[in-house]
Design a protein around this ligand. Sequence first.
Ligand code: 13P
Ligand code: SF4
Length: 316
Amino acid sequence: MSVDYEAEIARRKREMNAVILAHFYQEDEIQDLADHIGDSLELARRAQETNADVIVFCGVRFMAEGAKILNPGKLVLIPDMKAGCSLEDSCPPAAFKAFKEQHPDHLVVTYINCSAEVKALSDIIVTSSNAEAIINQIPKAQKIIFAPDKYLGAWLMKKTGRDMLLWNGTCIVHERFSEEELIKLKTHHPQAHIIAHPECPEALLRYAAHIGSTSSLLKYTEANPGKEFIVLTEPGILHQMKKRSPGSVFYPVPGISGGVCVSCNNCPYMKMNTLEKIHRCMVDRSPTLELAPELIARARKPLDKMMEMSRAVGRN
Ligand code: 13P
Ligand code: SF4
């Protein structure tokens, strides 16, 4: 007998007083059953403010860790504990600690896509939607380390005019988009607006009419109804774009991996979550996100700093 996962998840959610949070890169059916969808900052804010007893986090592990750090009293469930992130993998805490110790006069500004341990080694956390505004609040004379995404870091250096010491990490999804395929798409659809996430390399960002977080890209498409868009980010976001702007046309850009593209513009970690796994984690009340209280306390400080500096410039 087949299970009606949507109905079962809704029933469990009521029974356990849970809230389901989903990132824009989740599968369409997961986005459709979530209580809140959003970019990293919006989801962190939702996790911090929720009155629910249980948070079911449909995204990747660092996001669920963020929810636990910001709201440690809640049970945080994650459908697949293996849902990691290449940016997190590219920044091992021990190596990062050693790097930081070599530059004691630098302030450590870290992208939220990192482990709780790396957050705990940082002074301020940022997301792609508030990084520029936060860096602009740091005194000009202050030296900065930016980690782990070197492409986001390079884009921020350009936007803020600041020289920052960059960690050498990348997102395997955004670094793989093919410039050749992008040019082909633009040649076939010359009216299309190219929009891009700042995790893309500069070689791609230079073509973009608009660059920003997933939410910012979505807002741009909503503000320009009835147009064509070539989208340089994970294609999960196209579901919301199509829903909110039914009169517009969206073209995802293929990525290249080993010379061929086989769903290579999909984030393999985000796509680990399924309705079945969401249902299972609610039935089992497991896997849960557990962090040592001492680590939560250390990682909380730079996250609180982000929230404070973000609010100071009217970002959420
Ligand atoms: P945002 O949704 O905050 O733009 O982040 C994108 C991302 O890479 C999430 O993993
Ligand atoms: Fe990490 Fe990239 Fe996947 Fe986002 S899209 S979770 S940065 S691997």
